[in-house]
Write a protein that binds this ligand. Structure first.
Ligand SMILES: [Ca+2]
Length: 448
């Protein structure tokens, strides 16, 4: 034998051994195959469970899941097979029970395999960091030691956290009738439910005390006793239909996912309260970049001759950079009063965020210190530059003009969504009729 022949023989033997051991493994695996069919998932929405057939199987914190394993057995001997975790699932999961355990596998063959089902109940443990984990389960024979295992992909979900509101501040008065509501994103929420309900009892100090009929933490998408509700994927919502003027409301946002809704009572406040303004005008009018837009409206008082007391001006503008804006209000008839500047480019350094939803009211917060770079840039009760008290005693009825100037042509423009007027003597909106033009004397004669 030449050296070359020996080498060839050695290689042949190694290949044979390799082929044998590989086919043995395949034979073992083929004689006992463990697969996972599905998972029955229990959630707050599905207390009776629902079948999840697509891994990763979602498990909800503190809830059960039941995994359904299929054993396909082709061994020519009977065996007691135990089902058990490979490694420990603790502290993420507790294996509650496996049944039947052991399971009796009968004498079978490749041609006529025995198929059996084993269930494993699991509940999430004390540590519940969300995310996908691979759990391995094993079926292990008691006497002859036939084993098979399967990986189960589990995606553990936590219910959304309590809502953190970013708009509007609790107890805000003189809100527009179609308010824009915003809240912080929650990592676990896949959608958000918004509810608004009337407050017959005025503002509640705890946020749950206003006497509204809003249902507590509902698990259905139905509006229930709310006056308004919507489910949205994003972290803000523009109310599309007008609320009642001069009315107290509470609102609430619940994060939602497969595993529940966010805890309502632990939000601070659980239900922010706001009161709507009195005479509101839906505009949706363009504010051109570097340009001026004027908006006319008319009001009535509670009775003819009533005068304005403690006027407030509500402005909701969806503008890309609130710091560009200069806003003034003029009473245009029956007597002209103003213009009175309420805001003038507050803090161009910091006031670079989008949207203002503001009630200008004497004694409010400073626009320049309140305005920020995140949406909404300016909100709540803001002090006007010139006191709105200057309108005290003027007739409640008449026409008004709001002037909004975008002072910087920088590619950042927007629109006036809605504006409102409110007074201690209640105002209501009425049809705008342009005031007569001022008399012009020409050639000694009045023009027609
Ligand atoms: Ca601009």
């Amino acid at each position: 034998m030449s050296r070359g022949t020996i080498a060839q023989h050695t290689a042949l033997w190694a290949g044979l051994i390799l082929a044998l051991s590989a086919s043995e493994v395949r034979a073992q695996a083929a004689n006992f195959i463990m697969t996972v069919d599905n998972a029955k998932i229990y959630t707050p929405f599905h207390p009776e469970g629902f079948i999840d057939t697509v891994p990763p199987y979602t498990m909800c914190a503190t809830y059960y899941a039941q995994f359904r394993f299929r054993y396909t057995w082709r061994h020519g001997y009977a065996e007691q097979v135990y089902t058990e975790p490979v490694g420990t699932f603790y502290p993420y999961y507790f294996l509650q029970q496996v049944f039947p355990n052991p399971i009796s596998m009968p004498v079978a063959s490749v041609a006529t395999p025995a198929v059996r089902t084993v269930f494993a109940d699991m509940v999430t443990g004390p540590v519940n960091t969300g995310g996908v984990r691979t759990l391995t389960f094993r079926g292990r024979g008691l006497f002859q030691g036939a084993t098979s295992s399967v990986n189960v992909l589990v995606d553990t979900q936590l219910p959304p956290s309590s809502t953190r509101y970013r708009e509007i501040p609790h107890l805000t008065e003189d809100m527009p009738l179609r308010p824009w509501l915003g809240w912080q994103q929650d990592l676990f929420a896949t959608s958000y439910r918004v509810d608004i309900a009337e407050c017959p009892g005025g503002p509640g100090t705890t946020g749950l005390g206003c006497g509204s009929a809003m249902t507590f933490q509902p698990l259905t998408p139905a509006c229930g006793s709310s006056d308004y509700c919507a489910t949205v994927p994003q972290t803000f919502h523009q109310v599309p239909t007008a609320l009642q003027p001069g009315q107290g409301y509470e609102y609430r946002v619940l994060g939602m996912n497969t595993c529940g809704v966010s805890e309502e009572q632990t939000a601070n406040p659980p239900r922010p309260y706001f009161k709507t303004a009195q005479a509101c005008f839906l505009v949706n009018g363009s504010i051109p970049d570097g340009g001026v837009a004027t908006f006319n409206a008319a009001t009535l008082g509670i009775n003819p001759g009533a005068s304005v007391q403690n006027l407030r001006l509500t402005v909701h503008a969806d503008h890309a950079q609130v710091g560009d804006l200069r806003i003034s209000l003029t009473k245009t008839s029956p007597a002209v009063l103003g213009p009175l500047t309420v805001m003038d480019q507050p803090n161009p350094t910091t006031c670079v965020g989008r949207r203002m939803q503001v009630a200008f009211a004497d004694g409010g917060a400073s626009a320049s210190t309140s305005c920020k770079s995140t949406e909404p840039a300016l909100s709540g009760r803001i002090n006007p530059i010139q006191a709105l008290g200057s309108f005290n005693g003027t007739l409640a009825e008449g026409t008004w003009q709001l002037r909004v100037e975008d002072t910087v042509a920088n590619g950042k423009a927007g629109s006036l969504v809605e504006w409102c007027l409110s007074s201690d003597v209640a105002l209501s909106p009425t049809t705008f009729v342009p005031p007569p033009p001022p008399m012009i004397m020409e050639n000694g004669f009045e023009s027609p």
